[in-house]
Design a protein around this ligand. Structure first.
Ligand code: C2E
Ligand code: MG
Ligand code: MG
Ligand code: MG
Length: 281
């Protein structure tokens, strides 16, 4: 009886829901093939240090952001496929591709005075970080390309870090021994307490763009940003703001002591040739 009801219930499925499921299955199949079809690209968004004697800013590195060039859909945003990649486990091979491509890029940067010393930040998802061979994979990528590991920065999120704090610390310490650095992405949107933060071998806090967006008009956002900056200072961490879009936001951040910025004010994420052309200007 229950079985029958269940079967009947299927008939009342909202056709739109069925369509969603089909397109999800289609997307998953396409995602599965995207790696071998070379449909992924890394875009690069500059990170700057805003305190220069002449008031200008200087590029210190970039964040690598994945793009999927889909033959029919065009450029698919990671917000659309990273969650699916995580659920299906496809994030593991995709993440390895990102890591390898980022290391190859760092290697070519070492040959040119203009790009030598730039730090490249790479996003790492929880599933990827929890792979038993993650440390070995990062080490292998660094060795394979012969890069300075200090130039590779892994961006982790609060939820990832807090999932299993003892494991996290062990993995981070092993990576730190290789020379890898860490930034805590989207900071302020999770639940990490100072107690947790002080245990983690982090180098940087990255203030989430949701606090930067209304910085000029919203005094609570200003208070939050001020607190995050103070927190970073007391924990001896570097702090960067993401989503900096206006000069007014940049000025407030500078007043509060945050000099590392990333956002559309400086550049959107762009393909590698455009990124290098920006540096030349
Ligand atoms: P995220 O790591 O927090 O990256 C910042 C996002 O903000 C990027 O979106 C970037 O394009 C966007 N952004 C940068 N500056 C501004 C600005 O001034 N204003 C506004 N409104 N947005 C700005 P994107 O590239 O769509 O990436 C979205 C998310 O997808 C990333 O958030 C990250 O969580 C994930 N992601 C991207 N690439 C990778 C990857 O290679 N691996 C993994 N695991 N996740 C990735
Ligand atoms: Mg990031
Ligand atoms: Mg972020
Ligand atoms: Mg984000």
């Amino acid at each position: 009886q229950a079985k029958r009801a269940g079967r009947n219930a299927l008939r009342f499925f909202d056709p739109q829901m069925q369509e969603t499921i089909n397109s999800r299955a289609t997307l998953e199949n396409e995602l599965r093939k995207a790696l071998e079809l070379h449909q992924f690209y890394l875009f690069y968004q500059v990170q700057v240090d805003s305190v220069q004697e002449d008031g200008s800013h200087r590029a210190t590195g970039a964040e690598a952001l994945i793009r999927w060039a889909h033959p029919e859909r065009g450029l698919v945003s990671p917000a659309q496929f990273i969650p699916l990649a995580e659920e299906t486990g496809l994030i593991v091979p995709i993440g390895l591709w990102v890591l390898d491509t980022a290391c190859a890029q760092l290697k070519t940067w070492q040959h040119d005075a203009l790009t030598r010393g730039l730090v490249l930040a790479v996003n790492v998802s929880a599933k990827q970080f929890r792979q038993p061979d993650f440390v070995a994979q990062v080490d292998a990528a660094v060795q394979r390309h012969g890069i300075d590991p200090k130039l590779l920065k892994l961006e982790l999120t609060e939820s990832l870090l807090l999932e299993n704090i003892q494991d996290t610390i062990a993995t981070m310490n092993a990576l730190r021994e290789i020379g890898i650095r860490f930034s805590l992405d989207d900071f302020g949107t999770g639940y990490s307490s100072l107690q947790y933060l002080k245990q983690l071998p982090l180098d940087q806090l990255k203030i989430d763009q949701s606090f930067i967006c209304d910085l000029v008009s919203d005094s609570s956002d200003r208070a939050i940003v001020r607190t995050i900056i103070a927190m970073a200072q007391s924990l001896n961490l570097n702090v960067i703001a993401e989503g900096v879009e206006t000069e007014a936001q940049r000025q407030i951040l500078l007043e509060k002591g945050c000099i590392h910025h990333q956002g559309y004010l400086f550049s959107k994420p762009v393909p590698i040739n455009q990124f290098e052309a920006q540096l030349r200007r």
